[in-house]
Design a binder for this molecule. Structure first.
Ligand code: FES
Length: 103
């Protein structure tokens, strides 16, 4: 059972259309703001390990800064192949806290 963990405060969220990296315990996640909706996904790109939190947000995808693989922020699926995917974590914004469900 996953417990919601505080990862950021609301004021630390990336602006609309941007992403950032955020450390949560032993993990670093990519936090992205797509159309005002906050998403939390793996930060490590499954291609060659690029930092997705340093990528750009485009059409509901996070685009890796290294070789431009694009992953849907809701499903985690890569645009070019259903076999490549990243993990998506449920996010809740409660008051000033941004919580992520991590197991
Ligand atoms: S490392 Fe992400 S696309 Fe290559």
């Amino acid at each position: 059972m996953s417990q919601p963990v505080r990862i950021l405060s609301r004021s630390e969220l990336p602006p609309e259309g941007e992403a950032r990296e955020a450390v949560c315990g032993a993990r670093t996640l990519c936090i992205a703001n797509a159309n005002g909706e906050v998403h939390a996904v793996d930060n490590v790109c499954p291609h060659r390990g690029g930092p997705l939190g340093q990528g750009i947000v485009e059409n509901g995808n996070i685009v890796c800064p290294w070789h431009a693989w694009a992953f849907n922020l809701k499903s985690g699926a890569a645009e070019h192949s259903p076999l490549a995917r990243i993990r998506v974590y449920p996010v809740h914004v409660e008051g000033d806290d941004v919580l992520v469900e991590i197991d």
